[in-house]
Unconditional design. Structure first.
Length: 97
């Protein structure tokens, strides 16, 4: 039994990870008191209230890590699955022809 080497598709990985990173910024996060805030609202706070520069940057940094690390990891797994499925379909088509 030989191991199959799959070719990495960096563009596919980038786009999957980008979608997984951007979407959570616009989903509401429910607080303890029942109020909701979108993480993207931190950018508006940064623009409207420049006095809170440090707090805004800390919030953006924390959400970037919170959304970025899982987006890259899950994006890699989804990318691997799609590359393996695509390669399997191409092999079956080439053997059938």
């Amino acid at each position: 039994m030989t191991l199959t080497r799959f070719k990495t598709n960096l563009r596919l990985w980038f786009w999957i990870s980008l979608v997984l990173f951007v979407v959570p910024w616009f989903l509401p996060i429910w607080g303890v008191k029942g109020d909701a805030i979108m993480p993207a609202a931190i950018w508006l706070i940064l623009i409207e209230y420049p006095d809170h520069l440090f707090e805004s940057f800390m919030g953006i940094f924390m959400f970037t890590l919170l959304f970025g690390i899982p987006a890259i990891s899950v994006g890699w797994i989804l990318h691997c699955l799609s590359v393996m499925i695509r390669d399997t379909i191409r092999r079956r088509q080439s053997h059938a022809a």
